[in-house]
Write a protein of this length. Sequence first.
Length: 141
Amino acid sequence: MEIERTFVYIKPDGVKRRLIGEVISRFEKKGLNLIGLKMIRMSRKTAEELYKEHIGKDFYEPLVKFITSGPVVLMVLEGPRAVEAVRQIVGDTDAVKAIPGSIRGDFALSVRENVVHASDSLESAEREMRIFFEDDEIIQN
């Protein structure tokens, strides 16, 4: 089975609510390897780069404002079918629709303030990892 890498970050609401350990634990319990980790306060410029496909949409400005409102925890995870596995653990983007047992199903009530962001494809994961991590910041197993 091919090993994949994916990008996840804990949003300001998850950091503020002290869910960092809980979120990371869920990925590790699934069997995913944490190979990149850092905490930052995302700049507006970086948030704009991350969410550039949403420019002009009605939720774009509130999203950028929220994402830059506090620290975030950035992660690169690795494992078999990592993108799909992470998306399952994270749950539906609409937290009210997310199943219990998923991160969003257990800890969120909103589409925007839903604790975590997870890449939706290998291509997105690669692009998003490159925004935040240099090659030497990712552990090579």
